[in-house]
Ligand binder design. Structure first.
Ligand SMILES: NC(=O)c1ccc[n+]([C@@H]2O[C@H](COP(=O)([O-])OP(=O)(O)OC[C@H]3O[C@@H](n4cnc5c(N)ncnc54)[C@H](OP(=O)(O)O)[C@@H]3O)[C@@H](O)[C@H]2O)c1
Length: 310
């Protein structure tokens, strides 16, 4: 049984996802299928794809290639700018249908990739287009949500939404917590689950690793000892993310790293971070502000005045 997180629409989503939009897998054809198979066979039962990654088809193909049944795997996709979706409902429906056709089935979740996918001033109308597709059965059984939405975007939607977004997918890790505080408070109020992309940013994108480096290394040693498995700082961060109640959307094009990140599904209690370890990570993370993805979430959502490193 993989770890899951309960959504506001009643469904349970696998808490660890393998994405085919980065890590050299995006637009990669056969590699997206082959590495998807490695992830699925290793026990990661959630694939995160998007129109803009050019790998929706491969997300669908990886499932039978791994010898698995579609109903046992969660697939998330996103409507992207590249699809030139306009905000009228017919265009949204056409764009959604294109994704369904490429994936080969109705996915488990569709997100709006950024608040800039809808035409300017049409954020609410776009959301209503997705709601209409749930109502008319096109998206039967499919959760709908958003990505890279800032506090002002969530507030605007929630004034009129009939269906609350199930999730907001964003860059999430200890080095952006100070920035995200108001957004996360709003999501808590509306019971919107956070999905973390870029969860490994402190380990792989921060130039020195920053104040978290020694903390993660210490915890990795402790878990390796207690579980008898080879655990590194990346795996510790994924454990922390999931224990924060957040879906961790990570990736790797390297089968060894894919198998390592899947280990968290098998650790049992010894692999859980203690309350003290969780707090130590958050405290170290909050000392700095560092983003890996600068193009998202910073427009008209001011960043905290903190150093990038100590
Ligand atoms: N909604 C959005 O706007 C948005 C934006 C960005 C990403 N995403 C989604 O999120 C997914 C993940 O994004 P991300 O790349 O930012 O995630 P990430 O988890 O921060 O980074 C993934 C990278 O970490 C490396 N890695 C994995 N395990 C490692 C280990 N044990 N030690 C060292 N390095 C390790 C991988 O490199 P190797 O391949 O060398 O192992 C991989 O390239 C994407 O594929 C996409 O599906 C969504």
């Amino acid at each position: 049984m993989v770890r899951t997180i309960k959504l506001n629409d009643g469904k349970s989503i696998p808490a660890l996802a393998w994405g085919n939009g980065t890590g050299g897998i995006e637009h990669s054809g056969q590699k997206a299928i082959d590495t998807g198979v490695v992830a699925l066979k290793a026990g990661i039962l959630h694939i995160d794809t998007a129109q803009i990654y050019g790998t929706e088809k491969e997300a669908g193909q990886a499932i039978p290639a791994a010898g698995l049944d579609r109903k046992d795997i969660w697939v998330t996709t996103k409507l992207s700018e590249a699809s030139h979706v306009k905000t009228n409902h017919a265009d949204i429906k056409r764009s959604v249908q294109e994704s369904i056709d490429k994936i080969g089935f109705v996915p488990d979740m569709i997100l709006i990739h950024t608040p800039f996918v809808p035409e300017n001033g049409k954020l609410v109308e776009f959301w209503q287009g997705l709601e209409a597709l749930v109502e008319d059965g096109t998206l039967k059984g499919c959760s709908i949500g958003v990505s890279n939405y800032r506090p002002q975007d969530i507030e605007e939607l929630m004034k009129v939404a009939k269906l609350t977004p199930a999730v907001n997918q964003m860059e999430y890790h200890p080095y952006v917590l100070n920035h995200l505080d108001p957004l996360l408070a709003l999501q808590k109020e509306h019971n919107i689950v956070t999905q973390a992309y870029g969860p490994l940013t402190p380990v792989i994108r921060h130039p020195t690793g920053g104040p978290l480096k020694p903390v993660l290394e210490k915890i990795a040693k402790r878990i390796s000892k207690d579980t008898g498995k080879e655990v590194d700082s990346a795996v510790v961060l994924l454990q922390w993310t999931i224990q924060m109640g957040v879906v961790a959307v990570t990736t790797s094009g390297n089968p060894g790293n894919v198998r390592k990140m899947a280990q968290g599904e098998t650790f049992g209690k010894e692999g859980d971070l203690t309350k003290a370890e969780m707090d130590e990570i958050e405290e170290a993370g909050r000392k700095v502000h560092f983003r890996g993805y600068k193009e998202h979430m910073t427009k008209e959502f001011p960043e905290p005045d903190l150093p990038q490193d100590l």
